[in-house]
Design a protein. Structure first.
Length: 415
């Protein structure tokens, strides 16, 4: 793959603060109302640096310019009006967003002689947490802009056309199944903002799929696209929200329960999908008692074997004497349409399912995607971590704290 010159002065990639995932807004609202003084540290990592076509450090200067532009943006009136129309967004929170502006001093970029890119965010979480999706989308677009050409776009379109045909096939299969017996629907949402090929390509993909099969692809995590395309904005919480409670004023052993309780207090029945893999599924289920199982609509999978995870969730609901068919499992870990359909077929006799697909929808161009993340690693001066159900997803620089976290939640170290 030929790498073209990387210009340092590119038109702003992020032109709207609404071009972000819904869970950033929902977490920000909860933090603003309940923990406004919380301080966070975030670190960037590319998990597959060795697969990059060229060193990520090459985009450093262009990234700096993009961040300067990002930190000049404010919410427009029609964007604020849209947020007010979402019943779970409080009026005082939207008033706060009317004054909101990201502060450039909270984010720094550097590089080393090996060509690795480093991005550090440190500041109040009501500022710091809102950078993540923007930064990852900018890094991706700058990187892939140097690799893009007419052949890449043509291959992306060919693959998109295949997805449309596949979804039409699934829609027909689903219609025939529902004629025989009442089966829960196959539902897919776009979760691809963070790792999209480009902003324009994500918009093209989401609009194409939504127009082709609106009964299957009806939602997107991207609030700007949800507004523009009259789709359902999708999202609740991410790992950083539950991780933060490891450093807030609760016992570490009670941090998951405190996070879930805080969420219930904020949203009172809305946004009822709980994330399970901050300290692993088994440890999560020990905290997810009858009280929470009744209050939350369902669970989200983001690491580990999805079949084993889903079987554990169904068994847990049955153990609590809750009919699993009244609950929803949302899968969002490294999916494509075929994997999502297979999971739907496996579970649809026992529990409702939905699927959030990211990279495979918005960056399936025949190029190797970047596996980039920007994770919370410290909160209020203390280390925080995720004990993922997938090896390699844990991100922390403090082995002592990691060992303590495993001990408290009875999680075995990976072999």
């Amino acid at each position: 793959m030929t790498v073209t010159h990387i210009p340092t002065s590119v038109a702003p990639i992020i032109t709207s603060l609404l071009d972000n995932d819904l869970y950033k807004f929902t977490m920000l609202q909860a933090m603003l109302h309940q923990f406004p003084q919380t301080h966070g540290v975030y670190r960037f990592r590319c998990r597959n640096n060795q697969d990059a076509a060229y060193p990520l450090a090459d985009i450093k200067e262009a990234l700096e310019a993009q961040l300067d532009s990002l930190c000049e943006l404010r919410f427009l009136q029609d964007e604020l009006d849209y947020l007010r129309s979402l019943r779970f967004m409080r009026s005082d929170f939207v008033d706060y967003l009317e004054l909101f502006k990201l502060k450039r001093r909270f984010i720094t970029v550097s590089a080393d002689k090996k060509g690795r890119l480093f991005i550090d965010i440190e500041g109040p979480m009501i500022q710091a947490m809102f950078f993540e999706v923007f930064v990852l989308a900018i890094v991706n677009e700058l990187y892939f802009n140097a690799l893009s050409n007419s052949s890449v776009i043509a291959e992306g379109q060919r693959r998109l056309d295949e997805k449309v045909a596949l979804l039409h096939d699934y829609a027909e299969q689903q219609a025939s199944q529902q004629q025989i017996v009442d089966k829960p629907p196959f539902i897919v949402a776009d979760f691809g903002t963070r790792r999209r090929f480009s902003k324009a390509w994500q918009a093209h993909v989401v609009e194409t799929l939504h127009k082709a099969v609106p009964k299957i692809v009806g939602g997107t995590s991207n609030v700007y696209l949800a507004k523009k395309l009259n789709m359902t904005p999708i999202g609740t919480m991410a790992h950083e929200f539950m991780q933060a409670f490891q450093a807030l004023d609760v016992r570490l052993r009670d941090s998951q329960k405190a996070a879930l309780e805080s969420w219930v207090h904020e949203y009172r029945g809305d946004l009822g999908i709980a994330l399970t893999d901050v300290v692993g599924m088994d440890a999560f289920l020990r905290d997810f008692d009858l009280y929470f199982a009744k209050l939350f609509d369902g669970l989200r999978h983001d690491s580990g074997d999805p079949y084993i995870w889903g079987d554990k969730a169904v068994a847990h609901y049955r153990k609590l004497k809750i009919d699993p068919k009244t609950k929803l499992l949302t899968f969002s870990d490294g999916l494509d349409l075929q994997k999502a359909w297979a999971l739907h077929q496996y579970f649809n006799d026992r529990i409702k399912t939905s699927f959030g697909i990211g990279t495979n929808l918005t960056n399936d161009m025949g190029l190797t995607p970047l596996n980039i993340v920007l994770k919370l690693v410290e909160c209020n001066g203390q280390p925080v971590a995720k004990l993922s159900d997938s090896p390699g997803k844990t991100m922390i620089n403090n082995d002592t704290y990691l060992a303590y976290l495993r001990q408290v939640f009875e999680v075995d170290a990976p072999e």
